[in-house]
Design a protein around this ligand. Structure first.
Ligand code: KIV
Length: 271
């Protein structure tokens, strides 16, 4: 029987090693204890406590409203559940863009108060100073390029990014910068597959794609989307592995019916 202490934890070095060996890296989001327990137990290497919690947990239209306190709340629950995966926590909008001192303070709060293993933030050269400062405190940093949802009001649309060569070249430069300063990985969101391939071949760190094609070193999806809990969100890049929306709806309907008909609880379910 395996015990807790026998489980080999995934580290940033493990991810580097997986890239070197050509073994793909499986990543998913989680925001609470029960889901994280399932996701970790099923064997993904990275669990991202994404600021997508703003959408799927809090019901906001964008990721902008979520706070550092909210992220810490979600990450604490995830960290308690996880015994193997690397837990990466998103720095939310407004917690690192102002200046590098504020960025470091936010990252330290997240690491200290949640017990997460690393932070992720969005952007390239414009946040380089913040990234370097966070790294200098010994905190592992993951980058995020392409469609960066915290900049949705600048983009004006969730359409594919970097289709034109100018933006593509800039994205490659930013990826190289993230590699050079010491980030341990980079998420590439909603960019052409060919560009993701060029980035993956240009950097030594693992690239993790979402809507970025098959050539990335790993893949990530929002767990509620891939489990089919959300019905409304159907981008081309999403593969649904379950239809939990129907399963859960049927279960709740049946429960309601049983309560109303006094079928539940029965004698065996009573004391
Ligand atoms: O917040 C999030 O879930 C993310 C992933 C989509 C990469 O950043």
């Amino acid at each position: 029987m395996s015990t807790h202490s026998e489980i080999k934890r995934i580290t940033t070095h493990t991810l580097q090693e997986l890239k070197r060996k050509g073994e793909k890296i499986a990543c998913l989001t989680s925001y609470d204890y029960s889901m994280a327990k399932i996701v970790d137990g099923a064997g993904v290497e990275v669990i991202l406590v994404g600021d997508s919690a703003s959408n799927v947990m809090a019901g906001h239209e964008t990721t902008l409203p979520i706070t550092v306190d909210n992220m810490i709340y979600h990450a604490q629950a995830v960290v308690k559940a996880v015994s193997r995966a690397l837990v990466v926590v998103d720095l939310p909008f407004g917690s690192y863009q102002g200046n590098s001192e504020e960025a470091l303070r936010s990252a330290i709060r997240i690491m200290k108060e949640s017990g997460g293993h690393a932070v992720k933030l969005e952007g390239g050269i414009e946040v380089k100073e913040s990234i370097v400062r966070i790294l200098s405190a010994g905190i592992p940093v993951m980058g995020h390029l392409g469609l960066t949802p915290q900049s949705i009001y600048k983009f004006g649309t969730y359409a594919v990014r970097a289709k034109e060569e100018e933006e593509a070249a800039q994205l490659i430069e930013n990826a190289k910068m993230l590699d050079e300063v010491g980030c341990f990985g980079v998420v590439l969101e909603k960019i052409p597959a060919d560009l993701a391939k060029r980035v993956t071949e240009s950097v030594s760190i693992p690239t993790i794609g979402i809507g970025a094609g098959p050539h990335c070193d790993g893949q990530i999806l929002v767990v509620h989307d891939m489990l089919g809990i959300n019905k409304e969100f159907s981008p081309r890049f999403l593969r649904r592995y379950a239809d939990l929306h129907s399963i859960m709806t049927d279960a709740v309907r049946n429960y309601t019916k049983d309560v109303k008909s006094s079928d539940f609880p029965n004698e065996k379910e009573s004391y």
